[in-house]
Design a protein around this ligand. Structure first.
Ligand SMILES: NC(=O)c1ccc[n+]([C@@H]2O[C@H](COP(=O)([O-])OP(=O)(O)OC[C@H]3O[C@@H](n4cnc5c(N)ncnc54)[C@H](OP(=O)(O)O)[C@@H]3O)[C@@H](O)[C@H]2O)c1
Length: 363
């Protein structure tokens, strides 16, 4: 009964109200379920349509449903974005808000100005189960991004457990390229592999995203570049399909809002293979002065990371990933971004131009 009551509430926004007021089914979007997620008996219904919205954006209001199956339940429209204060999560939130999909940001601390105005916010921590229950209440889909300090699938497993009991219907898991590959005696992205397996076994509808190296990683070089110092190159001549985080987020939003992506694993790359010296050369053109690199072999990188206070297990996982890329195993380009978005992925140079200020300012 608790579950049913929970499902009787949703959050609407301007866009959904505009067709709800007219009493007409709107275009297929987040509020339109292909099947009834709460009542398996009705799961063969072609679609469910909500209508009769009331209220202002950000207000939680009852939704009067009209289901193709005649089901008396109501529709849950909320999409939960975890990792919402981070690189990908903040893009996902922005895109959901821009396209009028009701979204809830899960944050550990009070949000800054980065949260779009119509977004609901829940304070929650993957390590605090009670807070996770609050986060998933009234949610139909979850963008699952975990970034534990030490590599562990526990955060993914904790969220999946509460999502199942709360009646969440789908999950889009951010994983990483190379997950599960053997590299010498090690497994690349071993914790993501365990989490991916749990997502597939969860009983929820799922999509898995395996992005390549983020263009935004080079923001770590900004201080060195501004100071005219060399940037640390931990991947040598290893080329990677460096990808704009905005493109990863756009694919995530497509997967969260269109059931056509259910059951898919997308390997997401940018349009070109780039080594760190290649990226430095693009940045050099963008900032208008030389950007040089200094090679940092795995053993040195390992010592430096340990000295910085990173937990040993995290250092090991990081060094396995960078050594794997250094050995050329991430020389991968796919057309998954273009197939999902209907346009090519952004180039690294595009991304660098948009972030020129970070590299060009004074130290
Ligand atoms: N960087 C790459 O090149 C790359 C490539 C492929 C895949 N990935 C994957 O991408 C993910 C990282 O994405 P990102 O760069 O967007 O993340 P990010 O910018 O590092 O942000 C991490 C997010 O996770 C949140 N978080 C951390 N611990 C939490 C906890 N205990 N409870 C609730 N929230 C918590 C953080 O919240 P706070 O703000 O409170 O800390 C933050 O919002 C990782 O899974 C990584 O393996 C990265």
């Amino acid at each position: 009964m608790v579950g049913l009551l929970q499902h009787r509430w949703g959050v609407v926004n301007d866009r959904s109200r505009s067709y709800g007021d007219a009493g007409e089914p709107g275009p297929k979007q987040a509020g339109h379920l292909r099947s009834c997620q709460f009542f398996p008996l009705h799961s063969s219904a072609p679609y469910c349509v909500a209508q009769g919205y009331i209220g202002r954006p950000r207000r939680t209001v009852p939704i009067v449903p009209r289901f193709g199956c005649g089901c008396p339940a109501t529709v849950v429209l909320m999409i939960l974005v975890t990792g919402a204060s981070g690189t990908i999560g903040s893009h996902v939130l922005r895109l959901l808000a821009q396209s009028g999909h009701p979204a809830r940001a899960m944050m550990r601390s009070r949000p800054g100005r980065t949260v779009p105005p119509d977004v609901d916010v829940v304070q929650a921590d993957f390590e605090d189960h009670a807070s996770l229950h609050r986060a998933v209440a009234g949610v139909r889909a979850v963008f699952l991004l975990t970034a534990p300090a030490t590599p562990t699938p526990d955060h993914d497993l904790a969220l999946l457990a509460v999502a199942r009991t709360a009646g969440v219907s789908s999950v889009v898991k951010l994983s990483a390229i190379g997950t599960g590959e053997r590299f010498g005696a090690a497994t690349v992205g071993a914790w993501h592999q365990t989490a991916e397996d749990a997502v597939r076994a969860s009983g929820l509808t799922w999509t898995i995203l395996r992005p390549s190296s983020f263009a935004s990683n080079c923001l770590h070089w900004a201080g060195a570049i501004r100071a005219g110092e060399p940037v640390h190159n931990v991947t040598g001549d290893g080329e990677q399909g460096v990808i704009d985080p905005g493109d990863i987020a756009a694919v995530a939003v497509a997967a969260l809002t269109d059931p056509a992506h259910a059951g898919k694993i997308y390997t997401l790359t940018g349009p070109e293979l780039l080594s760190v010296p290649d990226q430095a050369s693009h940045l050099s053109e963008v900032v208008g002065r030389p950007v040089v690199t200094v090679d940092v072999p795995p053993a040195t990188a390992s010592r430096q990371l340990l000295a910085s206070g990173m937990p040993p297990a995290a250092v090991r996982a990081t060094v396995i990933g960078t050594a794997w890329a250094r050995a050329g195993h991430n020389r991968i380009l796919t057309d998954d971004v273009a197939r999902v978005l209907g346009r090519p992925p952004a180039t690294f140079r595009d991304w660098a131009r948009r972030h020129r200020e970070a590299f060009a300012g004074v130290p």
